[in-house]
Design a protein around this ligand. Sequence first.
Ligand code: CA
Length: 421
Amino acid sequence: MTLNSFLPIQSDSDFSIHNLPYGVFKPRAGGAPRVGVAIGEYVLDVSLLHDAGFFNQTNLASQNVFKESALNAFMKLGRAAWRETRNILQSLLRADSAMRDNEKLRDAALIPQSQIEMLLPVEIGDYTDFYSSEHHARNVGTMLRGAENALMPNWKHLPVAYHGRASSIVVSGTNFFRPRGQIKPADANEPLFSATRSLDFELEMGFLIGAENALGEPIPIERADEFLFGMVLVNDWSARDIQAWEYQPLGPFLAKNFCTSISPWVVTMDALAPFKKSLSAQEPKPLAYLARADDWTYDIELQVSLQSEKMDAPHIITRSNFQNLYWSMNQQLAHHTSNGCNARVGDLLASGTISGAEKISRGCMLELTWRGTEPLLLPNGETRRFLEDGDVVTMRAWCEKNERRVGFGEVTGEILPAREP
Ligand code: CA
């Protein structure tokens, strides 16, 4: 049976009744931050529904976890509560719902998205960034070390990652200053302190941890999916010249931690379930703690657009798919905790740049322009080696199957000129 809402929802809307992603919003007219779900052009105020008694018969009754400025309290209630909430919201929004004829409730609980401000949805404790696209790792490795040594010897044995910084993760729409840092240009004998000349985006997706393992107790790969709450789009802004000079031997540092943008809506694993795909066979076979016979990925379309100050409209520069990742999220989490490291509710684990085999599917400027040697030509005649001040980068992601669409909305940000030192 087709599930429809009483609300008019465009067929190309990311926010169908099948999706119901969670976010934290504030009405522009005033009021405290609270939890809502996106539905069509609206946000449904879940905190108000809780106050109105719609959760009285549930385990969520005692505390209104939706009257919070982050999703963490709701996430901590666990999977049964997530599913119960999803069922309640879906039945309230369906075509035959009593809410359809309750004008007072509708007017109070459904707010046009144009009248709200989205906030960072989750209080993120720790942020880890993987490096799980083979195409991305090969392209970058080829540029740095040549095609023969593109992949490091460990790459196909474990999902490589580094610990990032959570304090500089911002919600979509937050603009940021071009960072300064220490760089060493190829023609210089000494390093200098300068605004980055190689500012880049990285097309990534991340998952948010919704359940915890105790310190010292690894999460077995067979149970890893039980710890996943949902996913967001991630733009891991990067300064390539700072990175090139600083990264050895301990990895990325200031090249990565000046700003990381995420989309405001968290799409739940339950909403993504219909879009599961088997993970491609891995060769060599991973060690037992990383092997799950039925492991999976998701068919999520990805797109990046760039708009300079002089352009009238955004121009699509990348089309990729989440299936381009070699390592699964289950493998990433099992590996991350294999030494007993504990994951906490609200942690963000990002995929790494999601590049595919085709040139159009490269997920950052470094690859798209081959380190600046093949500049991108924009429709108005401008060219780009890396990002310039005033550029707006916008990423989108969505799943579509049998006229069912589940999307992530967008993550966008504009680059402001470097501040005076
Ligand atoms: Ca990254």
